[in-house]
Design a protein around this ligand. Structure first.
Ligand SMILES: [Zn+2]
Length: 298
């Protein structure tokens, strides 16, 4: 269907037409906006206008809507027109789903809850083996707005119980603590010593924000292991993987990836790994890495 027959998007269409008239058409356009307002249709019309064999005599670029090229694009059979859509059979796209869940053993979860309580911290049990992400909590101390803030951001998933140890669900994935940095730095060695080989304790520390997170996980659970799992599943070579990190819980992943990149604002412990350092997040460090290594600079 030609542009002239379409309702709405006049501004976007005029912009695209002007770009062609002025020979300033970009190599790519992103059509972004609410659902079902005709983004895809407008993109298809642009493709038709650019490929039309008998463009109408008009002020701006348009298609005839009837020539072979216009019809082939409509029918998705044009040799130079591709529609790339998520493949429902593939893991790469489509709705998120859980590929693997390695849960924390119940005994380890209970031990972590007890150790946290003894250390004055409020435990949160992350539950749900199918990605439900329920946050089960008993109480959160009034002087820990950080943790209440975190839990309440997912308020629909918050499950309030009286006694977390007694009412601990059967599908605990991990036990988490969050709070002021000194409290987390104090609790970390207690958890490591108290849990031993039963669990892995990961730190995510934000000294700039004076806060931190501790995650108590199954010993085999880490971002590094997850990367290895996906790499094998998708049949990729190690050299084809890239990881970007800024915190303690990224360390293993950074060393497992073919290319590990450290954010400029990362924890000093990551800088010590001797990997390439990117600009900071305020300087678009991740975008720099994607431009350099994915979109192909060098
Ligand atoms: Zn045409």
């Amino acid at each position: 269907m030609p542009f002239r027959d379409c309702i709405g998007h006049q501004q976007s269409i005029a912009l695209l037409q002007a770009a062609v008239t002025n020979e300033r058409l970009a190599h790519a356009y992103l059509f972004h906006g609410e659902e079902a307002i005709g983004k895809r249709l407008t993109a298809i019309r642009l493709a038709q206008a650019l490929n039309c064999e008998q463009p109408p005599e008009a002020d701006g670029l348009d298609s005839c809507g009837a020539c072979r090229s216009c019809q082939q694009i409509e029918a998705r059979t044009h040799p130079d027109f591709f529609v790339i859509e998520p493949d429902p059979e593939s893991d790469h796209d489509g709705p998120a789903r859980v590929l693997r869940c390695v849960a924390l053993a119940r005994g380890a979860a209970l031990a972590a809850i007890r150790l946290g309580r003894e250390g004055g911290a409020d435990p949160v049990a992350h539950c749900g083996f199918r990605g439900e992400g329920r946050l089960v909590v008993a109480g959160i101390a009034a002087d820990n707005p950080m943790l209440s803030g975190y839990v309440d951001r997912g308020h629909r998933d918050r499950v309030q119980v009286e006694d977390l140890e007694r009412e601990l669900p059967d599908d605990v994935v991990q036990v988490m603590f969050a709070g002021p940095l000194p409290a987390m730095l104090d609790l970390y060695p207690r958890l490591v010593a108290g849990l031993g080989a039963q669990a892995r304790v990961e730190r995510t520390l934000y000294p700039g924000h004076e806060m931190g997170f501790l995650d108590v996980l199954h010993p085999q659970v880490s971002k590094g292991n997850a990367l290895e799992f996906l790499r094998e599943r998708w049949g990729l070579a190690r050299e084809e993987t890239m990881a970007i990190g800024d915190n303690w819980n990224d360390r293993e992943m950074l060393t497992v990836a073919g290319r590990g990149l450290v954010m400029g604002n990362a924890d000093p412990a990551l800088h010590a790994l001797g990997l390439e350092v990117l600009p900071t997040n305020d300087e678009d460090g991740v975008a720099v890495a994607i431009e350099r290594y994915v979109l192909g600079g060098d």
